[in-house]
Design a protein around this ligand. Structure first.
Ligand code: SIN
Length: 333
């Protein structure tokens, strides 16, 4: 808490200086957008659209610099980067937000949401909108949610049943839910940054991983994983986030335009995410590096039976109200 206060004071002083200098010299405010994925992904395209909108509407006032592929920092460092005003906007996976609010674990629960529309309904409904403000204790504001797509599980052996994963090491994001998911099937979850995944799999240090088609394609994971099981067990979701201190110190018109630009960029990213993932799936299939395994309904049922008990484990920390709202979103209520 004390370090957050010290950081906040330092950021305020830095911001006062930056904003006043900018006003006096009519200099542009620079907004650095850091992310870890490739440009031709839902998040990469969203960042580009945000920059286009901002630089059209706030020409001469705001300049957006995008740092893709973790050029500036891994996503594990972006909260700190925002708090220290090293970067001004980021879109980490919601799995990384668990240390700041337990509510975000909801998005990692396997087989919870039954469709992309259900996720949209949940995020746009009152519970989802409240989650945008769940990081205020860390001086972070959420602007909008962004989809990547459904996650698949790849490995160096064919995984048709949960038991096939027993004893295998899987790279995971730093999420206690994803950890519990792999533990539930007797596998060994290993937390590692996104930027290390290809190398860890190529060298055989790890046996498998879970991710979306767009990340598997753009990181060339399919080149070093002979099997990908189409589990569609959970969705990889992001939130565009900013420092509350930075955002509130911006001139009103700048903040209003930047917020609108972020929301429009998210809407754009969400509109292309499904197609981008479908296209990348086809490219992976056509590459013949890897075999895509479709589960039979009986096999899929076995994965669900093995993984769904995790919901009960995490219900007390996530909150029953949030879990109920997510389940209700499946039926459109
Ligand atoms: C991302 O899509 O931002 C990275 C997700 C991951 O770490 O697997």
């Amino acid at each position: 808490m004390r370090s957050l206060i010290v950081t906040t004071i330092a950021v305020i002083l830095a911001l006062v200086q930056v904003l006043f200098t900018s006003t006096a010299n009519a200099e542009e405010i620079v907004v650095k957008f850091s992310h870890v994925v490739a440009e031709d992904t839902p998040k990469g395209q969203t960042a580009i659209r945000f920059k286009e909108i901002v630089e059209q509407r706030l020409a001469g006032q705001v300049k957006v610099e995008i740092y893709p592929n973790a050029k500036l920092m891994d996503d594990e460092a972006v909260i700190d980067g925002l708090q220290r005003n090293v970067i001004q906007i980021a879109a980490p996976s919601l799995s990384l937000l668990e240390p700041y609010s337990k509510s975000f674990k909801i998005f990692d629960l396997p087989f919870l949401f039954t469709s992309a529309e259900a996720i949209d309904r949940f995020q746009q409904g009152s519970t989802g909108q409240q989650l945008l403000g769940a990081l205020r204790g860390a001086d972070i504001d959420g602007l909008c949610f962004l989809h990547n797509g459904m996650k698949q599980i790849s490995a160096n052996v064919p995984l048709r049943l949960p038991a096939d994963a027993k004893g295998k090491k899987f790279r995971i994001q730093p999420s206690s839910v994803i950890e519990a998911q792999f533990n539930a099937i007797g596998a060994i979850p290993v937390r590692a940054p996104f930027t290390k995944v290809f190398h860890l799999l190529q060298t055989g240090a790890l046996d498998g991983q879970e991710n979306t088609w767009s990340n598997v394609y753009s990181q060339r994971i399919y080149e070093v994983q002979p099997y990908i099981t189409e589990t569609n067990h959970a969705s990889l979701e992001y939130m565009l986030i900013v420092s509350h201190t930075f955002w509130t110190m911006l001139p009103d018109d700048v903040r209003t335009n930047l917020t609108a630009a972020a929301k429009e960029a998210c809407a754009y990213g969400n509109s292309i995410a499904r197609d981008l993932n479908a296209t990348d799936r086809k490219k992976i299939e056509a590459s013949h590096y890897t075999q895509i395994i479709a589960l039979t309904p009986q096999q899929r049922q076995q994965w669900m039976t093995a993984l769904k008990p995790i919901w009960t484990t995490f219900e007390p920390t996530i909150g029953k109200n949030i879990l109920d709202a997510a389940i209700a979103a499946n039926s459109g209520s």
